[in-house]
Design a protein. Structure first.
Length: 208
């Protein structure tokens, strides 16, 4: 069973994906971390982000089990990951790795920006999780403050809007809702309400 979850940054898709994986006994992959891991390696080596040959070599040796979300969640790495995500050859290699993960029994929940459209177009269930930019910025700001980091709502909102524009307008695998994906707008939902709605979507799809 493959569940594909797409959506913009801070929409709640990652939290939902992890909880759905646990609920249905599936494995989970945050595909954004694969880009972040490659970006982090390039930054650590002091290499240019546009060096696709080196990025490809890093991708081919990526160990999905060793990706540390805590380490890879920094703003600097996120910005770098968004920039290398436009490299066509790198995307193709990471899609191959992600698809292999999804197709390994018993299946998986994958979240990202092109899962339902590119990585797993034949997924059993597709969801596009979104929320208003303002709601997402507030969540991201609260999350950063809760971790002891300084955060300015206006700056976070501007950053999210820039990332939305970059992700949705890139020529390779842009962020968009798959035609057959269920739309889940979490603007007015807390995590429990969103999770219940997501479980309902999966269960309806399983029994249809």
């Amino acid at each position: 069973m493959i569940i594909a979850i797409d959506g913009p940054a801070a929409s709640g898709k990652g939290t939902l994906a992890r909880r759905l994986a646990t609920h249905f006994g599936l494995r989970h992959l945050d595909t954004g971390l694969t880009y972040r891991a490659v970006a982090a390696a390039l930054l650590a080596k002091g290499l240019p982000l546009g060096d696709e040959a080196v990025a490809l070599d890093i991708a081919r040796n990526l160990d999905l089990a060793q990706m540390d979300k805590t380490v890879l969640s920094s703003h600097e790495i996120g910005e770098a990951a968004s920039r290398i995500a436009v490299l066509g050859g790198l995307r193709s290699e990471l899609v191959r790795i992600q698809r292999g993960f999804a197709e390994t029994p018993p299946g998986a929940v994958l979240d990202g920006r092109d899962i339902g459209t590119v990585v797993c177009p034949k997924a059993d269930v597709k969801m596009f999780v979104t929320a208003s930019a303002e709601a997402r910025a507030l969540r991201r700001t609260d999350e950063m403050i809760s971790k002891g980091n300084a955060a300015d709502y206006a700056s976070v909102l501007d950053d999210l809007k820039r990332r939305d524009e970059r992700d949705s307008q890139r020529t390779v695998a842009p962020l968009r809702k798959a035609d057959d994906a269920h739309l889940l707008d979490t603007t007015e939902m807390d995590i429990e309400s969103a999770f219940k709605a997501a479980v309902d979507i999966v269960e309806r799809a399983m029994h249809s």
